[in-house]
Design a protein around this ligand. Structure first.
Ligand SMILES: Nc1ncnc2c1ncn2[C@@H]1O[C@H](COP(=O)(O)OP(=O)(O)OP(=O)(O)O)[C@@H](O)[C@H]1O
Length: 277
C-alpha cells in the first residue's frame, strides 16, 4: 500500500529532507528565510522553533513547494532525494500527500467540512494510488484511523468533521496526512489549539508514527515544551536564519545562543508532564 516509484528515489541513503542555502523573499521585504541549510534523516525528528515572524511558516511552505504568491525562492529543497525545484505542478501535487504529509494548526483547513472522514481518506488513498481500488481503499480506512490513535474508527469514518471533538479532528487530519505512507511529515503548530493534555498526546502520536512507519517529522512550533517532548534535533530560527541547532536536550537545556535562552524564558509554553526539569 505504501510502495513508492523506484524511478524518483535516489537510494536508501537519501535523507528525508535536505534544505541547502534556502532563501525566500516576500516582495519588498528582507528575506523571511535567509540562507538556511538543514538536514533531516529518515525517521528522525527536527523541531524548528522561533518567535512569531522568524520565518517558520515561510520555511514550511518552501518545503511543501507552496510559497505565498509573489515570493522568490533560491537554494534547494530535496525530499527523499528528489529536488522539488525541478518538478512541475502535477508532480508536486503527487509528491504532496504521497511522500510529504502536512498537518496544519487548524485541522478544519485540511478536512472538508461536508464530507465524512472515511470518504475523505478513501479519496486520498485513491488519488495517490495507495490502494488498488475503491473497495480496498474503503476497507483500509479503519486501520488508518486507528493508527492515528482514534478509538472506534468505524464511527469516526462515518462522521463529518463537526461531529468530532477538537482532538479527534486533529487525529483525523493526521490520519489523512499519513494515510499514503509519506517519508516526511511537516506539522506547522499542530498542537497550538489543543489543551495541554491533548498536546502531549498528539506529540506522542507523532513519535509513535515515526517509530512504527519510519517517517521523518519536521515540527514547527514556538512552544519549547513541544520541542522537548519530541526530542531529536532542534533548530532555532531568528529573523530567517538558524541561530542555533543541535540535539534537543542540549539546545533547550544549555542554550548557547542568548536568543534561545530568551525563548526558553518566555511564559505560556505547553504543560509537559514528561519533560525533564
Ligand atoms: N505573504 C506574505 N507577504 C509578505 N510578507 C510575508 C508573507 N508571509 C510572511 N511574511 C513575512 O515574512 C516574515 C516571516 O513570516 P512567517 O509567517 O514565516 O513567520 P513565523 O515564524 O511562521 O510566524 P508565526 O509564528 O507568527 O506564524 C515576517 O516578517 C512576515 O511578515
Amino acid at each position: 500500500m505504501t510502495a513508492r516509484p523506484a524511478a524518483t528515489r535516489s537510494g536508501p541513503a537519501a535523507p528525508a529532507l535536505e534544505i541547502t542555502g534556502l532563501t525566500v523573499r516576500h516582495p519588498g521585504t528582507p528575506p523571511a528565510v535567509d540562507g538556511v541549510s538543514l538536514r533531516l534523516a529518515a525517521g528522525a525528528a527536527l523541531t524548528l522553533v522561533g518567535e512569531s515572524g522568524s520565518g517558520k511558516t515561510t520555511l514550511a511552505r518552501a518545503v511543501l513547494a507552496l510559497p505565498a504568491p509573489g515570493t522568490t525562492t533560491t537554494g534547494s529543497v530535496r525530499v527523499d532525494g528528489t529536488d522539488l525545484s525541478g518538478l512541475g505542478a502535477r508532480e508536486l501535487s503527487r509528491i504532496r500527500g504521497r511522500r510529504i504529509g502536512y498537518v496544519p494548526q487548524d485541522p478544519t483547513t485540511s478536512l472538508d467540512p461536508l464530507r465524512r472522514i472515511g470518504s475523505q481518506i478513501t479519496e486520498v488513498l485513491l488519488r495517490h494510488r495507495a490502494a488498488p481500488g475503491r473497495r480496498a481503499a474503503r476497507a483500509a480506512v479503519p486501520a488508518v484511523l486507528a493508527r492515528a490513535g482514534l478509538t472506534d474508527p468505524h464511527r469516526i469514518a462515518r462522521s463529518r468533521p463537526h461531529e468530532l471533538s477538537g482532538g479527534q479532528r486533529q487525529r483525523a487530519a493526521i490520519a489523512l496526512a499519513v494515510c499514503c505512507g509519506p517519508r516526511l511529515l511537516v506539522a506547522d503548530e499542530p498542537t497550538t489549539a489543543l489543551d495541554p493534555l491533548l498536546r502531549v498526546r498528539i506529540l506522542d502520536l507523532f513519535t509513535a508514527l515515526r517509530t512504527e512507519t519510519g517517517l521523518a517529522l519536521l515540527l514547527i512550533t514556538h512552544d519549547l515544551a513541544a520541542a522537548r517532548r519530541i526530542g531529536g534535533t532542534v533548530a532555532v530560527l531568528r529573523a530567517g536564519r538558524i541561530a542555533e541547532t543541535g540535539p534537543a536536550a542540549d539546545v533547550l537545556h544549555r542554550p548557547s545562543h542568548p536568543y534561545t535562552a530568551d525563548l526558553a524564558r518566555l511564559p505560556a509554553v505547553a504543560a509537559d508532564p514528561g519533560a525533564r526539569p
